[in-house]
Design a binder for this molecule. Structure first.
Ligand code: MLT
Ligand code: MN
Ligand code: ZN
Length: 299
């Protein structure tokens, strides 16, 4: 199984088009201590030819261009992308579906809640229903993708997408709105959880002893965006657990026996993006890797 990190940044990418936070400023200046990153997506294959996308980011066209494995082959229309599995309805995970129009067949997997949202958004009607098959999945039931990959979706603490938030918003609910994926080729397995509001005992138990984990690396501190004066929202309020702190992913997954722990969905404000930062050294000393676009994991 080959796993390709198409995009390692959170929504907005890195640098974000309108951001001059200290980390984005380095990227705008071309500082070599930071690598620009596109928005959140992985691609995985069991046979080296047919690929499953995990989320479809607004940067998908550039990600395909940057990844020779995903270029079309043959004389006519073709794509190695055979299916897409989405983990929530956020813009950074759905907008790339618009890139996949142009009369191409693929299968779209996701929770019923997320696929209902796709169906309710008339713009996604550009996807030809005769060619794009939607396949709602049940939580905690293994899904055979037909690509030599089995995917088990499960709820993690999260929230509804930003654009669906209402007065009755619940954060940390474990529903179809935010799911994690356990992906297996029959021999090896990895977990993909780009958004998770809290690492509770259920999450901890599920991940214990995992071979490889790609996990929510949105912010380093819970109040990161607030402290920078960029937002009034903590990471928790956005549905993400921070890396640092008592309840953070570094502490909560320290004794988990996970083989490789890799941060993905990293927000542009996160100081771990700066390669010589104290924060980067801290997470690496704790056994974490920080994903970058083009990173490949072979299992
Ligand atoms: C998130 O991960 O919190 C969302 O992608 C935010 C957004 O929709 O911009
Ligand atoms: Mn996001
Ligand atoms: Zn920024």
């Amino acid at each position: 199984m080959r796993i390709l990190v198409l995009g390692s940044a959170a929504g907005g990418g890195f640098p974000q088009w309108n951001c001059s936070c200290p980390v984005c400023r380095l990227a705008w200046a071309g500082d070599t201590r930071v690598k620009p990153r596109s928005q959140s997506s992985l691609a995985v294959t069991a046979d080296g030819t047919r690929w499953l996308l995990l989320n479809a980011s607004p940067d998908l066209r550039q990600q395909i261009i940057a990844s020779p494995d995903l270029h079309p082959r043959g004389a006519s229309r073709h794509s190695p992308i055979a299916a897409v599995f989405v983990t929530n309805g956020d813009v950074d995970h759905l907008a790339g579906l618009l890139t996949l129009r142009e009369q191409q067949s693929f299968v779209l997997f996701g929770s019923r809640a997320t696929l209902d949202q796709v169906a309710a958004t008339s713009l996604f009607g550009v996807l030809n229903r005769d060619l794009v098959k939607t396949c709602p999945v049940e939580l905690d039931e293994a899904v055979e993708t037909g690509l030599g990959l089995t995917v088990r979706p499960f709820a993690v603490p999260g929230k509804v997408p930003l654009y669906l938030e209402q007065a009755d918003l619940v954060i940390g609910a474990e529903t179809e709105s935010t799911i994690g994926l356990e992906v297996s080729d029959g021999k090896n397995t990895f977990f993909y959880i780009p958004g998770c509001a809290e690492i509770n005992e259920r999450v901890e138990k599920r991940l214990s002893g995992a071979e490889v984990l790609f996990f929510d690396g949105t912010t380093f501190t819970d109040d990161e965006m607030v402290a920078l004066g960029l937002s009034t929202k903590t990471a928790w309020r956005m549905g993400h657990v921070s890396m640092s702190g008592e309840k953070g992913s570094v502490a909560r997954l320290a004794g988990s026996g996970i083989g490789r722990k890799i941060y993905i969905h990293i927000n542009n404000t996160n100081p771990v993006l700066v390669e010589d930062s104290q924060e980067r050294a801290m997470v690496e000393q704790a056994g974490w890797e920080v994903a970058y676009d083009g990173m490949e994991v072979v299992l």
